[in-house]
Design a protein around this ligand. Structure first.
Ligand SMILES: *Cc1c(COP(=O)(O)O)cnc(C)c1O
Length: 366
């Protein structure tokens, strides 16, 4: 087959190992497996989302609302923006891809940071555009290096805040200063997939910045704090001009009807969001406390996961699999000594720590 070189050069995204696959390989019961590999919500889905899905089953023979009016209205209310500032996506991954398709060409380039979310280089490469990786600083985005990396042909800068897999968070003032310096011709995609896990005082007032920066796009998802990863739904907030361009390359029915209903219901489930955050805060303390007792360094994280330095991460990953614990190796992020571990329920975190202690040879450390 004849495929272009930029497509052949793509290293496919490596997802977390599915529970059913490990169960097959190791002859383990699925119930005995703990998966802390994909930053999924350990609480499952919100009760309001569940009810909305049940109520939408009868409509599955019909096409979804391609305009997503109900969900967009709920988002518009929550964030105080007009409907013309919202693009819905089949997961926020879709939003990132729509931005790339609307603004990149094979002659253009995109800037992102070393150790940043793997989807940025993927969507850039899929267009045949040039990816420019700016060196990270202490595993976080170095905004001066990113600014310096922007070329005349650069059309998009991707920023993950907090970043996955490092969990690093940028200072709001530094980010605002960066936006003021970037040319208005360059779209800045600020990916805020984990924003709901941040305490109020550490959240960037990014929605307020939309009016000031018509070249700013915020990417949000229902996959993490809202617990709807399997339904695939996310959204972008941006200027009406950017939204209009992205809608031109969007599939007419890119978000399915169950996802539309569930997301609209989940958006207003404040109790579920608060509980997700509480479980995450406590689990983060539990896991990082365990790492400290094991003498393992970790990168302080603002997400629902944490990157821990274990040395030969490939070996430790395999050892954990044998004990029925799935985490995520991040060698593909140029972090061969680290594992990324998602925050689970207290007993899942404890299982993970016990297995980790076993694999690195230090007994029980719960
Ligand atoms: C998980 C994640 C996403 C989004 O995932 P979707 O499920 O496609 O919404 C986006 N950006 C980052 C940084 C993530 O970690």
């Amino acid at each position: 087959m004849i495929a272009p070189e930029h497509i052949r050069a793509i290293a496919p995204y490596q997802p977390g190992k599915p529970i059913a696959e490990l169960a097959r390989e190791m002859g383990l019961a699925e119930a005995a497996i703990v998966k802390l590999a994909s930053n999924e919500n350990p609480l499952g889905i919100s009760p309001k989302a569940r009810a909305a899905i049940a109520g939408a089953l009868d409509e599955l023979a019909l096409y979804p609302d391609g305009n997503g009016f109900e969900l967009k209205s709920a988002i518009a209310r929550k964030y105080g923006v007009g409907l013309d500032r919202i693009v819905l996506g089949n997961g926020s991954n879709d939003v990132l891809e729509l931005a790339a398709r609307a603004f990149l060409t094979a002659q253009g380039s995109a800037v992102y940071s070393q150790h940043a979310f793997a989807v940025y280089p993927l969507v850039t490469q899929s267009i045949g555009a040039t990816g420019i990786e700016a060196k990270a600083k202490d595993f976080g985005h170095d905004l001066s290096a990113m600014l310096a990396a922007i070329r005349p042909d650069t059309r998009i800068v991707f920023i993950a805040n907090p970043n996955n897999p490092t969990g690093t968070l940028l200072d709001s003032d530094a980010l605002h200063g960066f936006l003021k310096k970037v040319s208005p011709e360059v779209l800045v995609v600020l990916d805020e997939a984990y924003v709901e896990f941040l305490p109020e005082e550490r959240r960037t007032p990014s929605v307020d910045w939309l009016k000031e920066f018509p070249n700013l796009l915020l990417s949000r998802t229902f996959s993490k704090a809202y617990g709807l990863a399997g339904l695939r739904v996310g959204f972008a907030l941006a200027s009406p001009e950017v939204v209009d361009l992205m809608n031109r390359v969007r599939q007419p029915f890119n978000v399915n009807s169950l996802a539309l209903k569930a997301a609209a219901a989940a958006l207003d489930d404040h109790a579920f969001l608060a509980e997700s955050k509480r479980v995450n805060d406590e689990g983060m303390l539990q896991l990082t406390g365990g790492f400290k007792r094991l003498g393992l360094d970790y990168i302080p994280s603002s997400g629902n996961f944490v990157a821990v330095k274990v040395g030969d991460a490939g070996r430790v990953f395999q050892g954990l699999l044998k004990q029925g614990v799935i985490v995520r190796p991040v060698a593909n992020y140029a972090m061969p000594e680290y594992l990324r571990i998602s925050i689970g329920l207290p007993e899942q975190n404890a299982r993970c720590l016990t297995a980790l202690a076993e694999v690195i040879g230090q007994g029980d450390t719960r």
